[in-house]
Design a protein around this ligand. Structure first.
Ligand code: MG
Length: 299
């Protein structure tokens, strides 16, 4: 069995023949939101329908980090290393302080409740960018079935000033998002409602030094499946979820190769000793593979 598929020859230098896809943990309902804490040598990830955040460490295996988690989905860390989380159940984005208390970053816009924040990234200036599709309020599976009050936007929150701005308002259902290594591009997945004919693509926006966005053309359409979460490596390649594993896309949008995963992938993140380990949340499990690549370092 092969653990990857090389489409462009360069991808053959990103993977190693003796580095398998390893299942680290299983038995979950729907895993999402992987985030690596190198200082604690552990991975946190969401098990959304089970209303918990899990912790996996190569030293001590798997344990519950937080339960209930307000049906948390995507996570990242801010410039100070603090956990930033999207919570479907509480319809908000939060930051977990170093003493464990939780600070609300955003829960409403223009007097209306957010839908169900899905995924989040922090820019080097400290601003927090997140997607707000309605998946977490459509049913009682990944949160609480509720009325949708706002369109499915992408927002930028400034924790210094408390401001919240809808920066992208023309999406069907924005989902995963990430900046290029020098932050002059923002990539955002549009997952739609996952019906036939709905978007399955990632869009690419130019981002100027002040964080203003322009452009927004379709960068790449994921096939098979759809684009959910993704992360970038240090050369700007995009490692994206898909229906048959993780797709590696070049900065010009070409499919370079695939990491084959036996379950439906939701998201990925880089971590490990040299930031060369790709953690993959996929349906009931978490997998990882060591690559000859490293995750992007923020400027
Ligand atoms: Mg997502």
């Amino acid at each position: 069995m092969s653990f990857f598929e090389v489409i462009e020859p360069v991808f053959g230098t990103y993977v190693m023949g003796n580095s398998p896809v390893i299942q680290l943990a299983t038995g979950f309902s729907w895993t999402e939101g992987p985030v690596w804490f190198g200082d604690a040598n552990c991975l946190l990830f969401s098990d959304i329908p089970s209303n918990r955040i899990m912790r996996w460490s190569p030293d001590s295996g798997t344990s519950v980090y937080r339960q209930p988690s307000n049906y948390a989905n995507g996570h990242t860390r801010d410039r100070q290393g603090r956990l930033v989380s999207c919570e479907h159940g509480a319809r908000r984005v939060t930051r977990t302080e170093l003493d464990g208390t939780v600070t609300v970053i955003a829960d409403s816009y223009e007097g209306k409740r957010l839908n169900s924040p899905n995924d989040v990234v922090v820019k080097s200036d400290g601003t927090i960018w997140f997607s707000d599709p309605h998946y977490g309020i459509m049913t009682n599976y990944e949160g609480f079935k509720s009325e949708q009050e706002l369109p499915c936007n992408v927002y930028r929150a400034d924790p210094e000033t408390g401001s919240l701005e809808a920066v992208l308002t023309d999406f069907n259902c924005p989902n995963g998002l990430a900046f290029s290594p020098d932050e002059d591009r923002l990539y955002v997945a549009d997952t739609g409602r996952m019906y036939q004919g709905d978007p399955t693509h990632i869009r690419m926006f130019d981002c100027d030094a002040d964080g203003n966005l322009s452009g927004g053309d379709i960068f790449h359409s994921i096939d098979p499946g759809f684009a959910d979460g993704f992360r970038l490596d240090s050369d700007g390649n995009i490692w994206s979820s898909s229906a048959d594993g993780v797709h590696c896309l070049s900065p010009d949008g070409n499919l370079l190769g695939k990491i084959l995963v036996p379950e439906l992938v939701s998201n990925v993140c880089f971590g490990g000793r040299a930031k060369h380990q790709l953690f993959i949340t996929a349906s009931t499990s978490v997998y990882s593979i060591i690559l000859n690549r490293e995750g992007v370092q923020r400027p």
